[in-house]
Design a binder for this molecule. Structure first.
Ligand code: HEM
Ligand SMILES: [Cu+2]
Length: 542
């Protein structure tokens, strides 16, 4: 608590730890109000969930290594795919981005902390009961929900009580996300240092500002959808229950009205991260800053009018299909602006390829592949063939794993010197990159072929003609999982233990921004009095 009440040392904008009373022991974490501590907890939580969800994926790929049923019965298989999806989306990717925001947004805008420090504590700690309730589903009668992460009716109305705990868990995680989003918005709008004009903000802050509005807009929609499911299950309503005159397709509309903006919630902060890493290692200013901001805003707005591209086979009127098809392909325009700008930033830059840059350039490659397969799926006549196949699985793993996760790896390598005060080992970082990049593609590229050949997703078994590509995919998946174990033991653990070369204040020659104006590791309290900024708002001058 002394962390927020501490008013000592008004002299400069940065103080060393010796006169800032950092709380110690378990209280430091349980009562944490410091954005850096909370950011660290978010990141550790997300990594733990990544490992748990990842372990499930390893089992799924083991079952799919050959046709027939070897390890799992079909019910268990579907429970695992469902929980894998829910854990990765709500437990790993989203909290990880919030963790990065907690650490970096106050540092980047020159604020002393997040606007609502105690609410920040609540947003984080809510995740623990939510995660327990979600994973606890496996131990309830009937096992975890086997609906797929989309929780479609009528299956969701037939599940055991783990469906209810999943619904409650989603409510709690949604509340946590909304509080996090409010915190980020208020911090950015109200706590910027004088001179940090909105249009001078680092792109990571811009991308999170827009993402936070998306979160506030759509998390309540998801809460509504699962609440209606809950009342259908227990309180006699029939929103989605066709047997009583309800409409299961309506569930899909409500879900995807949340769900498509949700996929942008999971990629926009990654765009912001990449927009910071590329200029730093190309030693050039970001090309087209203004157009980057408008492109993110355009993608966010468009994301509200494309949702039924997930529903092309539900029997929409053709005009409806055309509408959703055209709006979906329209998103390619601002997306292409961003890819163009990243490429133009690198053009004639003096580039070096330290691990953050490897992951950033890798991001562009795989994100473009995922974007193109999205465009293929957006063609209504094509999607009639591909919907519900492994082609969709390939598509969203390219955008979620290779794009969102790789962007976070890029940022981890980029910012961890600031967090820990030590440099990661460059050789281990590069091994992590190449190992992940190659094994990811071995795992997921063949899924395009499986999907095109008609292999459906969400089945524990498959006909023998799909065996070869499935074996390649499984081997790739296991290698990818192993790469993350390597990352933990050879990169993360040494950093947590403080092993490595001492990090300078600005380890990257081309890096710009206020986070590089404070020492490494960033002291417990930073910018307690608003810093004076130079006209570019990237340097502290007093
Ligand atoms: C270029 C932009 C994109 C386009 C045009 C696009 C298009 C589509 C379409 C049409 C589908 C439905 C396929 C089907 O079920 O038959 C789909 C599914 C999906 N997309 Fe994308 N997408 C894009 C980017 C993204 C991004 C950035 C993400 C996440 C970071 C994402 C995540 C997903 C997920 C998770 C699904 C599968 C949902 C499910 O049924 O379980 N997409 N996409
Ligand atoms: Cu979508």
């Amino acid at each position: 608590m002394s962390a927020v009440l501490d008013n000592q040392g008004h002299g400069g904008q940065v103080h060393d730890d010796h006169h800032a009373h950092a709380p110690t022991g378990w209280r430091r974490w349980v009562f944490a109000t410091n954005h850096k501590d909370i950011g660290t907890m978010y990141l550790l939580f997300a990594f733990t969930m990544l490992i748990i969800g990842g372990a499930m994926a390893m089992v799924i790929r083991a079952e799919l290594f050959e046709p027939g049923l070897q390890l799992l019965n079909p019910e268990m298989f579907n429970q695992l795919t469902t929980m894998h999806g829910l854990i990765m989306i709500f437990g790993a990717i989203m909290p990880a981005f919030v963790g990065f925001a907690n650490w970096m947004v106050p540092l980047q805008v020159g604020a002393p902390d997040m606007a609502f420090a105690r609410m920040n504590n609540l947003s984080f700690w809510l995740l623990i009961p939510a995660a327990l309730m979600l994973i606890g589903g496996f131990f309830m009668p009937g096992g975890a929900p086997a609906t797929g992460w989309t929780m479609y009716a009528p299956l969701s109305l037939q599940m055991g009580m783990a469906m209810d705990s999943t619904i409650f868990s989603i409510h709690i995680m949604g509340a946590s996300s909304i509080m996090g989003a409010i915190n980020i918005i208020v911090t950015i709008l109200n706590l910027r240092a004088p001179g940090m004009k909105l249009m001078k903000m680092p792109m990571f802050c811009w991308s999170w500002l827009i993402t936070a509005y998306l979160l506030i807009a759509v998390m309540p929609v998801l809460a509504g959808a699962v609440t209606m499911t809950l009342t259908d299950r227990h309180f006699g309503t029939s929103f989605f229950n066709a047997a009583n005159g309800g409409d299961p397709i309506m569930y899909q509309h409500i879900f995807w009205f949340f769900g498509h903006p949700e996929v942008y919630i999971m990629i926009l902060p990654a765009f912001g991260m990449i927009s910071q890493v590329i200029p730093a290692f190309a030693r050039k200013k970001l090309f087209g800053y203004t157009s980057m901001v408008y492109a993110i805003a355009a993608i966010a707005i468009l994301s509200f009018i494309v949702w039924a591209h997930h529903m092309f086979i539900t029997g929409m009127p053709v005009t409806g299909e055309l509408f959703f098809m055209f709006t979906t392909v329209l998103i390619a325009v601002p997306t292409a602006v961003k890819v163009f700008n990243w490429t133009a930033t690198m053009w004639r830059g003096s580039m070096t390829f330290e691990t953050p840059m490897l992951f950033a350039v890798g991001f562009i490659f795989v994100f473009v592949i995922g974007g193109f397969s999205g465009l293929v799926l957006a063609m209504a006549p094509v999607d009639i063939q591909l919907h519900g196949t492994y082609y969709v699985v390939a598509h969203f793993h390219y955008v979620l794993v290779a794009a969102a996760l790789f962007a976070m790896f890029a940022s981890f390598y980029y910012w961890s010197p600031k967090w820990t005060g030590v440099m990661y080992n460059e050789m281990h970082g590069k091994i992590h990159f190449w190992w992940s990049m190659i094994s990811f593609n071995v795992a997921f590229f063949p899924m395009h072929f499986l999907g095109l050949a008609g292999m459906p997703r969400r089945y524990a078994d498959y006909p023998a003609q799909f065996t070869d590509f499935n074996q390649v995919a499984s081997i790739g998946a296991w290698l990818f999982g192993l790469a993350q174990v390597y990352f933990f033991f050879w990169v993360v653990l040494p950093l947590l233990r403080g092993h490595g070369e001492k990090a300078p204040q600005r380890p990257w020659e081309g890096a710009e921004g206020l986070e590089w104006e404070v020492p490494s590791p960033a002291p417990f309290h930073t910018f307690e009095t608003p810093p004076k900024l130079d006209p570019t708002a990237t340097r502290v001058i007093g």
